[in-house]
Ligand binder design. Structure first.
Ligand code: UDP
Length: 386
């Protein structure tokens, strides 16, 4: 078995997608009640933090940085070219951006980390817990390792995944990322808590003066609904910018539903975006459109838009009603026509209220404290004599 390389690399100072534009270093929080030794298990596909699309990797990066600031001993197991203030262990020799969810790579990645965790325990430097963000392998095998596994539920409960968690969920400590997601858990599945995804406010520019375009950002597929955003923007008579990757298997959808509507003037597709360009797109948009037709368990792009003072007009699916407060930071609408009508009401929404609506709920330290609470309860239970 290959060894996993160790290093401690500071997060990208600039030029990465999200990390590195903080103007001042964040204040040092009080030390946690108990210092924990945490094995943070990121997915094997792309670096943590990501250089482009990569919602889970971004969450893992923020959380790891916050836990290090809070003086925990964090080892981040991640794909090559990751950056972190935690002890960084690049697990596989290469990333697999074009083979996401291929079980061979996930099993290889998780198997190597479990071996490493076992080895650490045998050498008397064992971890208190593994925090897994990595698909399914670690959950299915969580009872085969002598360290508690906390698993963040990054995806929705569908027929397949609900059956999987019914079968294996009890082996790990499951954490939901929204109340909606927790409510959708299959009967009998124990959820240890709800901790939303974090955002680092320092990295998102507050911009009260908006440009004259609507924005849609995400993976271009039917459930996320860029074609519905196009219909709504057309009906509102406002230009639309679309950004995001066309993932494997989605080219036909893109060619059929999106490409025929593109022009350089009213509906523009700018591809996958990152860095300052992405932040500017969010900050200067009149609103973010979120015409989803699936129960999206969180929806990072909504929080990113709000952090910039950009309101969100969303369909009331998934976690959208938990993030969008109608009249205060956006609107909840039922269809494309209502979405178009809502564009005319955007003037009533105060950009400052948009930003403050996310600052308190989704700030990085708030989220890290939420996880600390869950970690503490799990480690306490384990320490208790049987
Ligand atoms: N994203 C990006 N570049 C793009 C499109 C999306 O960096 O071109 C980022 C976006 O800013 C967000 C994440 O990818 O941080 C998508 O997360 P979200 O929860 O919105 O959607 P998911 O794809 O996880 O369902």
């Amino acid at each position: 078995m290959g060894t996993i390389g160790t290093s401690r690399v500071p997060p990208r100072p600039e030029g990465g997608v999200e990390v590195g534009t903080a103007v001042q270093p964040p204040p040092k929080p009080d030390p946690p009640a108990r210092k924990l030794k945490i094995a943070m298990l990121a997915p094997p596909w792309v670096p943590t933090p990501p250089t482009g699309y990569g919602g889970i990797e971004l969450v893992v990066s923020f959380l790891s940085e916050a836990l290090v600031r809070r003086r925990h001993d964090v080892t981040l197991f991640a794909a090559p070219e990751s950056r972190s203030s935690a002890i960084l262990r690049e697990v596989l020799p290469q990333g697999h951006p074009d083979e996401m969810e291929r079980s061979l790579h996930e099993a290889d990645h998780v198997g190597r980390v479990f071996d490493e965790v076992d080895r650490a325990a045998a050498e008397g430097r064992g971890f208190d817990l593994i925090h897994d963000h990595c698909g399914y392998t670690a959950v299915a095998m969580a009872n085969r390792i002598d360290v508690p596994v906390v698993h963040t539920l990054h995806g929705p409960f569908t027929g397949d995944t609900a059956a999987f968690y019914s079968q294996h969920g009890g082996k790990a400590h499951l954490v939901a990322i929204s109340d909606t997601q927790r409510a959708a858990a299959p009967a009998g599945t124990r959820i240890a808590g709800v901790v939303p995804n974090p955002i680092d406010l320092d990295e998102w520019p507050y911009q009260p003066d908006k440009g004259d375009y609507l924005l849609w950002v995400g993976r271009l597929n039917d459930a996320k609904g860029p074609h519905r955003a196009i219909a709504a923007a057309r009906a509102a008579g406002t230009p639309l910018v679309l950004a995001g990757p066309v993932q494997p298997g989605e080219q036909e959808y893109f060619d059929r539903e999106v490409a025929p509507h593109l022009d350089d003037d009213r509906v523009r597709y700018v591809g996958e975006v990152g860095g300052d360009r992405k932040r500017r797109l969010f900050a200067e948009a009149r609103a973010l459109l979120m015409p989803i037709r699936w129960d999206e368990p969180f929806g990072m792009v909504m929080v990113e838009a709000l952090a910039c003072g950009t309101p969100v007009i969303a369909f009331p699916r998934g976690a959208a009603p938990e993030i969008v407060r109608p009249g205060e930071n956006g609107c909840l609408v039922e269809d494309e026509d209502e979405m178009a009508e809502a564009v005319a009401t955007l003037g009533k929404i105060d950009p400052a209220a948009c930003r403050s609506s996310v600052a308190e709920r989704f700030g990085v330290d708030r989220v890290a404290a939420g996880y600390e609470e869950i970690y503490g309860a799990i480690v306490d239970r384990r320490d208790r004599p049987a």
